[in-house]
Ligand binder design. Structure first.
Ligand SMILES: *Cc1c(COP(=O)(O)O)cnc(C)c1O
Length: 414
């Protein structure tokens, strides 16, 4: 594997030449510059089409139609965009997905709805199961919901270079488990867990599962209906390129619509918002999980990425993602391992999501130096350099140039 050919720039050029999705990269703003972007798993690049959509919206729908826009589609956007994400990316039949709130707020709403329901049915279900190295928002919410409800947390010990598997979950769930909160792709290691298997393990114990899809949606195929999932939430500003702070999407399986009640009971989730009457009566269907006025501006950019993802198909996106991460692992082995760095992501492609993390004690300084030279990965303590390889906007040549820069910065500190 340390054959010189692995690291040849000509190899990157050949991989790009053979990549059926290569041409789509030019649709992204900045693709023409030498900047290397390795953080599409944190903030996706904008599509060029988005500049036109935003300008058109200000001049047309917003500036021209004004408040009539609410009756001309804006009010339904949370559900229509949700259905597109559901169909193209996460395996959800229509009527089960929505867009709105931040990921954090939507996770809170759905987790609270789930534990409230579970405790109504069986007050002895007093535990929430969550990974001890899961994304902070997920852990903090589990803690605060447990405190609000007088529940306990059961922490799953997570390996920083791995994630939670079915056997580990099986050992943690039981008759006291109300809810399992899990990331499909671990934000640190990119460990890709088996959604169907872990959902089944939780269900066998009578627990509900809330999947955090923030690092999967748009990069890894997800099959929520096929898994028999209960609930899911994901980010739209990562692999869905919705722009900074774009609203989250959520999924509630149809079988739960009539039994779950979410805690943020705003007027938009009411059965008849414009009656403006006394008392809260939830809407039917997934609409009851909405709370306030739909974030219409925030849903514009993601529609351009959805256009592209629908055109390409998530299976082809995953194929390219696997090729990109495999190439990054090869280059890390050839160039960075001799300098003391280690790959802290699964080597088995079946267990790897869309990014690759490389550990070295000096990666914090290396990341700062890389940013200064227009190579943009991100850094996660302790010592983790994350290479987020957004499949449609990242080329093999970019991976080559970026890893070569990491090698140079590490070598300068050896
Ligand atoms: C990015 C991310 C979030 C972000 O939540 P926000 O409310 O959008 O800040 C939550 N969970 C996971 C697993 C993430 O990767």
């Amino acid at each position: 594997m340390t054959d010189a050919r692995v690291t040849d720039a000509a190899r990157a050029a050949a991989l790009d030449a053979a990549d059926p999705l290569a041409a789509h990269r030019d649709r992204f703003v900045g693709a023409e510059t030498p900047l290397v972007y390795f953080d599409g798993n944190s903030l996706g690049r904008p599509l060029r089409a988005t500049a036109d959509r935003l300008a058109g919206f200000v001049g047309g729908e917003w500036g021209g139609r004004l408040i009539r826009g609410w009756d001309e589609g804006w009010m339904d956007l949370p559900l229509t965009v949700g259905d597109r994400i559901g169909a193209a990316l996460v395996g959800a039949a229509p009527g089960q997905a929505l867009v709105g709130d931040s990921t954090t707020v939507l996770l809170y709403k759905l987790a609270r709805a789930a534990v409230d329901h579970q405790q109504r049915v069986d007050p002895t279900r007093t535990e929430i199961v969550v990974g001890d190295d899961d994304f902070p928002t997920d852990r903090y919410l589990a803690e605060s919901i447990a405190a609000e409800r007088g529940m306990r947390l059961r922490w799953l010990a997570m390996d920083q270079a791995g994630g939670v598997d079915a056997d580990q979950l099986r050992a943690a769930v039981g008759p006291e488990t109300a809810l399992v909160l899990l990331s499909h792709v671990a934000y640190r290691s990119a460990y890709l867990t088996d959604g169907a298997a872990l959902t089944a393990v939780a269900h066998d114990a009578g627990a509900m599962v809330l999947w955090d899809l923030s690092h999967s949606v748009g990069s890894v195929p997800v099959d929520l209906d096929g898994w028999g999932a209960d609930l899911a939430v994901g980010c739209s500003y990562k692999y869905l390129n919705g722009g900074p702070g774009a609203p989250a999407f959520g999924y509630v399986a149809a079988r739960h619509h009539d039994t779950l009640t979410q805690p943020v009971t705003g007027w938009i989730g009411h059965a008849d918002p414009f009656a403006m009457g006394p008392g809260y009566t939830p809407a039917t269907g997934v609409r009851r999980f909405l709370s306030g006025t739909p974030p219409v501006l925030g849903m514009l950019a993601m529609q351009d990425m959805l256009d592209l993802l629908e055109e390409v198909g998530i299976a082809a996106v995953r194929t390219k993602s696997l090729a990109l991460t495999a190439y990054a692992v090869e280059l890390a082995d050839a160039w960075l391992a001799p300098l003391g760095a280690t790959v802290a992501s699964p080597r088995d492609p079946e267990l790897r999501g869309g990014h690759v993390t490389v550990h070295h004690p000096r990666m914090r300084e290396v990341t700062a130096a890389l940013w200064a030279r227009d190579v943009i990965p991100d850094y996660r303590d302790p010592g983790g350099l994350r290479l987020g390889l957004s499949p449609l906007s990242t080329s093999f040549a970019e991976v080559h140039a970026g890893l070569e820069a990491v090698r140079a910065e590490l070598a300068a500190r050896a």
